[in-house]
Design a protein around this ligand. Sequence first.
Ligand code: ADP
Ligand code: MG
Length: 557
Amino acid sequence: MEKKQFQAESKRLLEMMVNSIYSQKEIFLRELISNASDAIDKMYYRSLTDENLQFEQDKYAIYVQADKEARTLTLRDTGIGMTKEELEANLGTIAKSGSLAFKKENEIKDGHDIIGQFGVGFYAAFMVADQVAVVSRSVDSDQAYLWQSDGTDGYTIEPAEKDEVGTTITLYLKENGEEESFDEYLEEYRLKQIIKKYSDFIRYPIKMNVTVSKPKEDSEEEYTEFEEEQTLNSMIPIWRKNKSELTDEDYVQFYQDKRYGFDKPLEHIHVAVDGAVRYNAILFIPENTPYDYYSKEFEKGLELYANGVLIMEKSAELVPDYFSFVKGMVDSEDLSLNISREMLQHDRQLQLIAKNIKSKIKSQLKTMLKKDREKYDKFYQAFGRQLKFGVYNDFGANKDDLQDLLLFHSSTENKLVSLADYVSRMKEDQTHIYYATGDSVERIAKLPQTEMVADKGYEILYLTEDVDEFAIKMLREYDGKEFISVSSADLKIDDDEKAEQETSEEDTAMFSKMKEILTGKVKDVRTSKRLKTHPVFLAADGDITIEMEKVLQAMPD
Ligand code: ADP
Ligand code: MG
């Protein structure tokens, strides 16, 4: 028996991880169960290519058992097992994932949902155990091995006895300290609770012998106690369940299990469509903007399953760019398992699903805007910019989808307003939707250009983001009302125009002198009735306003 050392960095990494990666200790069980499930998946894959192996569904299970006396918790699986070399490589090297390697080697696209990929999950065991023993027998070997470690001081490997292929992991729970107790992981109800919480959709049964007590047949007072093997997980994927069976927490849990984000979802959309196109989907709008969201690195897409089997992790075809923040999964019976990425793009079924999903997201957002304004504001703060880009891109092709989802600051309201809000408040004689641009609401409010419009009692949209005005230009009009900048030369307000004809001779002489001095800088100098307290302002004469010009000049060629 030889003793080997963890590498120094690994040792430190392990300490760090055990103490910091996982905020909750109970996660260790999820990690070990996921590994067991992965190991069974691998058996399944093996059986596809190995004639000597039959994959009989009921032979495969994950067993969890606590022993209060010995203070041990044992997990046993009937998965593919590990050879001596694999024990060393996979458990002796932190951040080495045998599962990731397996997926790559076997070019697995349909997943059967192998979960592992980071190669750190196993070590979560050391959050609750000070000794871990792994006995494993690989499908490729007659000899089993025992791997043992205290998590900080290296590990040992020696031959062991094991009749069946698979892996048994025994955790020797830490002694209770002053502030923490590990006894809970020996309690039946607690184990059940954790398994339900994290591992309910694991496709293989997770079994445990539990003590059941029942009243004796001929007596109401006397009970008999006996052991019974129970399956603790429901195994049915959440998206196949009825909405009515699921709670908000279930969705949050799913979001976090799937690692769609590190935040919580702001909203979920559960879709079950059974018509010309059949699919189930669970979609999420995240609460926060992912750190790389507005960068090139960000990759949009939804998980795509064909009849419960994962075929693509990020199917970009499923969501338009302007809804690229949406996370989640789609499962359809109508898709073929062996469809390639290229073929998917042209798949009619997929296009129908994508179209359907788009309208679900749109209507969900509209409902949110109407019914839960606070939530919508939160959403808009995170992803509103993307919607505005959406209007601007593709030459406004998506404006019908998006115009009702946009919000802007306003001169009269103390909150963001929608275009529909604005139009509903328009004055009787008002024909246009006015907007002003600037760096901030405060600065725009001080612009001389806004005075005249505000004086008429008209509301003005305050556009503070670069993309705002581009989006507005692309929209051109809303509900038949054209957008017009407060700095455009013609404000479409009657008395404004008259003012220009009332220029006195004296002024005309002064203006031509001013134009002479400002040659090449201004096109014209005129009187205006728009000004109340300011002596002068700059007006734009064409389609491009001064603000837009600034943005355009700042853009790289
Ligand atoms: P990950 O699951 O992300 O790959 P882990 O640290 O959880 O990382 O596990 C490391 C590796 O150890 C796995 O990739 C797998 O190859 C192997 N392994 C862990 N548990 C088992 C098990 N029960 N049966 C077979 N192999 C296992
Ligand atoms: Mg794992």
